[in-house]
Write a protein of this length. Structure first.
Lengths: 584, 243
């Protein structure tokens, strides 16, 4: 019997017990989470598979742009379970006002994803609010609100080339990878929009985490091609050509992500645990499958994948020294892997080599970045073992305090699951060298320096390790004076501890639990938090601009709307330059 | 204006934080108000009445007065159920976990109508509960089965004005058992008004579909409280955002 058939028939908990899952102590280290890459379970991947499989129909009943490309476009989306409207406004923006930060208040494009078809009154309502973004209000018919700015390096260049009858140079495109970049995609009820609960329960097409947000970015990408083609034709109707489909597929949507994403990970520990658990389950299933022998075809596919990742990493342009070094090291180690697979592939098959041995070798000899690339590539090899997990990525983020738990049990739970927090010496100044706070500018989360920056008295409760330590110390004091008491009585005496106690009890029963990092250490690298979440979104080409924000590319390599309904092999991860088109 | 559940919850958490609530308390308090409003029990109007009091009082939680085999008595210290309610319900549940049933009397406590969500949370963990309080010649009773999503709310006309600011909480795993205990020691008047689980669910679904109606004045008031947890933006602080 095939492994997948075996595992699918077992219930989830017995499967978890049987799988060779990596321990939380290994997986939940922030530096490892910050080395994750897109996988088959990432939200862009699962969305694209769904759209392709269900052959969503997308057309634009309104494409009302002037000669400069400004105006209104409405796309109507016929998905499997419903009709949706993607409404986009294109505005003139003085280049001096083009700003990717969340504090910006003008953009080249603003857009909204709405339920059903929109009528003239709703379009007018959206026109009065969507361009204002955070300063406007929408209603519960809207799922997502987003905005985007043109790439200063590629947009005009591509339009110029097309208008002169030429395809753009691939090498120029490779440096950027997109025509537009989005700077925010708000959903989940912000600014009056539909609650996630409504979307999840009523709109099956978008009932997976961030599916509506990812679709919005996919539609932005679709518009970016139509916009470039439209402007080229307007400028030079007699000579313009349209962008080649292979080049279009190589274009993604740019994204800038800053600290705003970091608190989300800390404030949604059950959701993050769920995502990681599914990814680890996928990896464990694959490793287990490898225990039954590896076919030569799998070795060949892994070799092809390694070659592709080596090229992909080599094509990333970033000014960040740390990322460049990391990419170079990963490429070097993957070249060793690639040679090894070429030389020893047949022997690996005949000698009963397993994926577990490869993973163990990588963990001993190669860097974390390389280890996680290998894990990602292995997951790609077995869609039939992995893809059913895409329906397990959601979970209710509810923490419950268990009042009857004996205080001694709570202390034991902390010693077991939060040993990493108890190991931190918070008396050292650097252990509390930073603090998180919300700025009055759009409530933007920021990282301050302890005793230097304003706002320590208003810091956000993101230092989970320190809060656990404080709770544990108070539990010790309480238990010294109150034998055999329960948590309810501890909370009565220490009411300020109820929040962290709920978290400890809830996460204590989660497989992976909390991220194991002191997030207020002076050397904390929030970019790892961003990278972790972005990997689950499915982005690629990480380009850190500092330790606090990162540029990346969404949907680069993904199919086009015109590909819907055509045969599809889901392998657009780690995009590389297409061979079509002009190159230096 | 209408706001979403997520939006209202996020705003309330920060507003309560601005009022000085601790982490667990502001999470609980936000959940209590939102639940009550979405299920048609007037959470926002009660909050609006409570805000001036909350803003001018210290954030006091409940204090243990006595702890016997039969019941625990807590002093709410003239504070709001937003700060004391979860403590009382948790204590009652813990008592029930040890002894089979629990009875907690929370004295000197305000905004008792907002207790509903605490009961629902406990019901989700396997407890059946009854909460009872008296106010202005009315007896108010909330009861919920173990595992249920919505309680039943009943009001009774009382001949005399009720005892001052007390809230009684009964917990067991069997609602019939605590209803029996409750009726044995309470004189209920004529039923004046009730809201059943179906009506609460309908109200919730409508609020989820259309958003939650909130008066602009209260939303503005919450914004002002939220502003208390925000930090002034400076050139230096912008560097802390990645500039």
């Amino acid at each position: 019997m095939h492994l997948f058939a075996q595992t699918a028939s077992a219930d989830a908990s017995s499967e978890i017990a049987a799988l060779p899952l990596r321990p939380a102590s290994q997986v939940m280290q922030l530096s490892r989470l910050g080395s994750f890459h897109q996988s088959r379970l990432s939200f862009m991947r699962t969305l694209v598979r769904r759209m392709m499989r269900e052959n969503w129909k997308i057309h634009s009943p309104v494409f009302d742009l002037d000669g400069e490309g400004y105006g209104t476009v409405i796309y109507e989306v016929q998905a499997k379970h419903g009709v949706y409207s993607f409404v986009l406004f294109s505005h003139y923006l003085d280049p001096e006002n083009r700003n990717d930060r969340v504090i910006a208040n003008q953009w080249d494009l603003t857009m909204a994803l709405c339920e059903g078809r929109v009528d003239a009154a709703q379009v007018e309502f959206l026109r009065n609010n969507v361009p204002k973004q955070e300063a406007g209000r929408v209603d519960s018919r809207v799922f997502v609100l987003s905005r985007a700015n043109r790439s200063g390096r590629t947009f005009e260049y591509v339009v110029d080339e097309l208008s002169q009858g030429r395809q753009p140079n691939i090498d120029v495109i490779a440096e950027v990878g997109y025509l537009y970049r989005t700077t925010a995609a708000y959903g989940s009820g912000k600014l009056g929009m539909a609650d996630w609960e409504k979307v999840r329960t009523k709109y099956q097409d978008f009932a997976r985490p961030f599916a509506a947000e990812m679709f919005t970015c996919f539609m932005l990408r679709h518009f970016s091609f139509q916009h470039a083609d439209y402007l080229a034709a307007k400028r030079a109707p007699n000579t313009a050509v349209t962008l080649d489909d292979n080049i279009k597929r190589y274009f993604g949507i740019g994204n800038s992500t800053g600290l705003g994403m970091a608190p989300f990970l800390i404030n949604h520990p059950l959701l993050i645990n769920q995502w990681i658990q599914q990814r680890e389950t996928a990896l464990a299933r694959v490793i287990m499958a490898g225990d039954q022998g590896i076919e030569l075809e799998m070795i060949e596919r892994l070799k092809v994948a390694a070659t592709r990742v080596i090229q992909h990493l080599g094509e990333i342009v970033t000014g960040d020294e740390r990322q460049n070094t990391s990419n170079a090291n990963t490429r070097a180690e993957l070249k060793v892997l690639s040679s090894w697979l070429a030389d020893q592939g047949a022997n690996m098959v005949s000698g009963g080599y397993s994926w577990a041995e490869l993973v163990a070798y990588a963990e001993t000899n190669w860097r974390v970045e390389t280890q996680e690339v290998i894990n990602t590539m292995l997951i790609e090899l077995y869609p039939e073992l992995v893809d059913d997990l895409e329906d397990q990525m959601d979970v209710s983020e509810e923490q419950h305090l268990v009042p009857q738990m004996p205080v001694a049990d709570l202390m034991a739970l902390i010693e077991d699951k939060y040993d990493w927090a108890l190991a931190i010496d918070f008396t050292r100044p650097e252990a509390q060298g930073s603090f998180w706070y919300r700025s009055e500018e759009k409530m933007e989360p920021r990282l301050g320096q302890t005793h230097v920056d304003l706002g320590m008295d208003k810091q956000m409760p993101l230092a989970i390790g320190r809060m656990v330590r404080e709770c544990y110390d108070q539990l010790c004091d309480f238990s010294d004076q109150n034998l055999n008491q329960n948590v309810a009585h501890f909370i009565l005496s220490n009411p300020a501890q109820s929040g962290i106690v709920s978290r400890i009890q809830t996460m204590g029963s989660a497989l992976y639990g909390d991220i194991r990092e002191n997030l207020v250490h002076s050397d904390v690298l929030p970019i790892h938090l961003l990278r972790c979440k972005l990997s689950f979104f499915g982005v690629s080409k990480f380009d850190p601009r500092s330790r606090l924000w990162v540029r990346n590319t969404m949907f680069q390599g993904a199919p086009l709307v015109s590909d819907f309904g055509k045969p599809f092999f889901d392998d657009w991860q780690f995009p590389i330059k297409p061979t079509t088109g002009v190159s230096d | 204006m209408r706001v979403s559940r997520n939006e209202l919850t996020a705003s309330l958490k920060k507003a309560f934080e601005g009022l000085g609530f601790s982490v667990g308390d502001y999470q609980d308090a936000a959940a209590m108000v939102v639940w009550s409003e979405m299920h048609g029990l007037g959470g926002l109007s009660q909050l609006q009445r409570a805000l001036p009091f909350l803003d001018n009082s210290p954030c006091l939680n409940a204090k243990l007065i006595s702890n016997t085999e039969q019941q625990v008595v807590l002093d709410g210290q003239n504070s709001s159920v937003l700060l004391c309610g979860t403590q009382a319900v948790r204590l009652a549940c813990a008592m029930a976990g040890e002894k089979g049933n629990g009875r907690v009397q929370l004295d000197n406590c305000h905004n008792r109508q907002l207790i509903s969500q605490c009961l629902v949370g406990a019901a989700q963990l396997g407890s059946a509960l009854v909460a009872y309080w008296q106010q202005d010649n009315l007896g108010h009773k909330l009861s919920i089965e173990a595992g249920a999503q919505q309680p039943e709310y009943r009001q009774y006309s009382l001949a005399n004005s009720g005892c001052a600011q007390s809230l009684l909480i009964f917990v067991s795993t069997d609602l019939a058992e605590i209803e029996h205990q409750f009726i044995a020691e309470t004189t209920l008047g004529v039923e004046a008004h009730s809201v059943g689980p179906e009506a609460m669910l309908e109200s919730y679904n409508q609020a989820l579909e259309l958003g939650i109606e909130i008066v602009a004045e209260l939303w503005h008031e919450l914004d002002n409280l939220v502003a208390r947890v925000l930090v002034e933006s400076t050139e230096s602080s912008r560097a802390g955002a990645g500039d």
